[in-house]
Design a protein around this ligand. Structure first.
Ligand SMILES: O=C(O)CCC(=O)C(=O)O
Length: 358
């Protein structure tokens, strides 16, 4: 991941927010956000909740629910996921301490020019572009031999060991979910799973400080994730995540002890557009900080991704051209986050067929 992208170095927003400012610097002020929001009370729209225990016990209805969630919502919450709850609690606590380290300590783990791992921001390609109201820490976590040991071994204990166990458990969980997606999609056995042998995982720890002008900043710009599936842990009780549903923004409140799972671009390519990636964004709170951990999963960098054979049929010709995972990520990290712009670059444009591009 480090060698396939870079992001201009930017100051810490957490440090800026500590200065009790009343006026946000211009670099963070964004044009008015699209505020077409589906009210939280809207009872006709319920984000799907999938039970992994039921999937593992071969419950056909749950498998159907998973398929429906990926097709219609591209997003669901996963309960009974089997990841150790005490480990999750330790990771949440470790996260707080990690971001609360003195800035001098954090600077040792800051992004270096030409690299994206460490503390900082992503997708900053110009000194003039608007910045997000957030700090992040991003690191390759799996396979373990892909870790940057200079960075990983400098994460303080016990957070480092907890992050290690957490990443291994999420890697297994990811494979279990993909295995069930394969069943739901009725692909040939192992057709999807084999692409994820020695799965590549990176983690992005997000810290969104409170802001005196929350409506004038954005925590994370509207985008789809590049990977196949993101497993997101909302690490405190503060809302902010919104998904784009039927052209409107829908706020998400996590169910307790659930992971939030979303489909990313690579899964959209592999499934030939049957499971499509979802656009999402993060808004900021005026009083409270928000923290989350996103774990992204993708095939190894040298793999070529294109729609898998079973899902290309005469009524549904291939919607995407083949591209290596490395080239996809190079494109992804070379520009500002902008909706689904990278995926649209590899979409096959046909005169006879109008493909849905959202
Ligand atoms: O903070 C969140 O809830 C979402 C994070 C996210 O989408 C990301 O890190 O890509």
């Amino acid at each position: 991941m480090s060698k396939i992208g870079s992001s201009l170095l930017v100051p810490s927003v957490q440090e800026l927010a500590k200065q009790s400012i009343t006026q946000v610097p211009d670099r963070y002020l964004v044009p008015k956000q699209d505020t077409l929001i589906i009210p939280k009370t809207s009872s006709f729209l319920q984000v799907p909740i999938i039970d992994l225990n039921k999937l593992l016990s071969e419950d056909a209805f749950e498998l159907h629910k998973l398929d429906h969630a990926c097709k219609e919502w591209r997003f669901f919450q996963l309960i009974n996921h089997g990841v150790d709850p005490s480990l999750i609690e330790s990771v949440k606590l470790g996260f707080q301490d990690f971001f609360n380290l003195p800035i001098e300590e954090k600077k040792k783990l800051w992004q270096k020019p030409g690299d994206i791992e460490g503390f900082g921001q992503l997708f900053v390609v110009s000194e003039k572009q608007k910045l997000e109201w957030a700090d992040l820490f991003i690191i390759n976590t799996l396979p373990s031999y892909a870790r940057d040991l200079n960075l990983f071994l400098n994460i303080p204990q016990p957070f480092r060991d907890n992050l290690d166990s957490y990443s291994l458990q999420l890697g297994k969980l990811f494979m279990a979910i993909i295995g069930h997606m394969e069943m739901a999609l009725k692909t040939k056995p192992n057709e999807l799973l084999k692409l994820f042998e020695d799965v590549s995982q990176s983690m992005r720890l997000n810290y969104y400080p409170p802001c005196p002008q929350p409506e004038n900043v954005i925590g994370l710009k509207p985008h789809s994730d590049a990977g196949s599936l993101t497993i997101l842990l909302q690490a405190n009780e503060v809302d902010g995540l919104q998904i784009r549903k039927d052209g409107m923004w829908m706020p998400i409140t996590p169910v307790s002890n659930a992971f939030i799972i979303n489909v990313g671009d690579i899964l959209e390519i592999l499934t030939n557009g049957i499971y499509r990636s979802i656009e999402h964004r993060v808004t900021i709170n005026s009083q409270k900080e928000r923290i989350s951990i996103a774990a992204f999963h993708k095939p190894q960098m040298n793999k070529i991704i294109s729609p898998i054979e079973s899902l290309v049929i005469s009524e549904r010709p291939a919607l995407f051209r083949g591209i290596s995972v490395a080239d996809y990520y190079k494109k992804y990290f070379s520009r500002q986050l902008q909706e689904k712009s990278v995926l649209n670059d590899v979409r096959i444009k046909s005169n006879n067929c109008v493909h849905k591009i959202l």
